[in-house]
Design a protein around this ligand. Structure first.
Ligand code: SAM
Length: 246
C-alpha cells in the first residue's frame, strides 16, 4: 500500500491547522514542553527533523545553535507553511517520506521527530534506516501517540466517569494486536499504526540504539491552570517519548 498523505487532504489540513492555532492544544501544553526538556545541546550539530510539519521545531533548532537542519515531510501543504513561516538559510525542507531518508546520502548528529512515527508502517526497518543515517554518538529523540491511544481497533478508547461525572478510568482494547488502525480525525480513514511498547523499544534496540530515557508526560501546574481537564493525563498518557543514542 502506498504511504498515506493525510495532511494534504484539505479538510484534514484545515482541521489540524485550527487545532494547532488554539491555545489549549496538547502539543503546546504537554508534548512540546516534555520534548524540549530532553533536547541535547545542538551547538554546531546537524539535525534531521522527520515529519517536520510547519517547521516550528526546525527554527527552534536554529536558535539553539544547530549548523544545518533538514526538515522532511510527505505533505507539500505542510511544507508550504514551513517555507513561509519557518524559513532560514540553515534549514532545507524536503518533500519526501521519512522512510526514504537513506536516499539523502547524508548523515546527521541528531534525529528529531514530533508525533509522526505512528504513521510509519514498518518500524523495525525504519529504526535500522535511522540508525544508519545517524553519526556515531548521535542521538534520536521522538514522540508518538502512546500505544494505549493507538491500541483500540475501532478508535473508540474512552473514559469512564463516576456518579459525579468525574473521569476515573479509561477503557481500551486490542493492545496486543499490533497493526493498522483506521480512525476518524477530521476525516474518515486516517491510517495510523499501533505498536506495543515492547515493539517500539525492541525495534530500536535491535537496530543498535541504546535507550537513554523514556517519558510519558504528565501536565505541569501551569498547563492544568490553562486547561483543567488535562489532569486526565494522570489516568492514561497520550504520548510516548523516547531518547536514544547510537
Ligand atoms: C502531527 S504532524 C506533526 C508535525 C510537526 N512535527 C509538529 O510537531 O508540529 C505529523 C507530520 O508528519 C508528516 N508525515 C506523516 N507521514 C509521513 C511520512 N511517511 N514521511 C514524512 N512525513 C510524514 C505529516 O505530513 C505531518 O506534517
Amino acid at each position: 500500500m502506498s504511504k498515506q498523505n493525510i495532511f494534504n487532504n484539505d479538510t484534514f489540513f484545515e482541521g489540524y491547522k485550527a487545532l494547532r492555532a488554539g491555545e489549549t492544544n496538547y502539543n503546546d501544553l504537554l508534548e512540546q514542553p516534555a520534548m524540549a526538556k530532553l533536547l541535547p545541546d545542538l551547538t554546531d550539530k546537524t539535525v534531521l527533523d522527520l515529519g517536520c510539519g510547519y517547521g516550528h521545531n526546525c527554527i527552534d533548532f536554529v536558535h539553539r545553535g544547530a549548523k544545518r537542519i533538514v526538515g522532511i515531510d510527505i505533505s507539500e501543504k505542510m511544507l508550504a507553511v514551513a517555507k513561509s513561516e519557518s524559513a532560514h538559510e540553515k534549514i532545507e525542507y524536503l518533500n519526501m517520506s521519512m522512510t526514504d531518508i537513506a536516499a539523502l546520502g547524508e548523515t546527521f548528529d541528531f534525529i528529531y521527530s514530533s508525533l509522526a512515527f505512528h504513521y510509519v508502517k514498518d518500524f523495525d526497518s525504519f529504526a535500522k534506516t535511522m540508525f544508519a543515517v545517524l553519526n556515531n554518538g548521535g542521538q534520536l529523540l521522538f514522540s508518538q501517540e502512546h500505544p494505549i491511544i493507538t491500541a483500540t481497533v475501532d478508535g473508540n478508547g474512552h473514559f469512564n466517569k463516576d456518579e459525579n461525572g468525574n473521569r476515573v478510568s479509561y477503557t481500551f482494547s486490542d493492545y496486543n494486536r499490533p497493526g493498522e488502525r483506521k480512525v476518524h480525525w477530521y476525516v474518515d480513514g486516517v491510517i495510523k499504526y499501533h505498536r506495543t511498547f515492547s515493539d517500539v523499544i525492541n525495534a530500536l534496540s535491535k537496530a543498535g540504539f541504546v535507550i537513554e530515557e523514556i517519558c510519558e508526560p504528565t501536565p505541569e501546574e501551569w498547563a492544568i491552570e490553562k486547561l483543567p481537564t488535562i489532569v486526565k493525563e494522570y489516568i492514561k498518557p497520550n504520548f510516548l517519548i523516547v531518547k536514544a543514542r547510537k
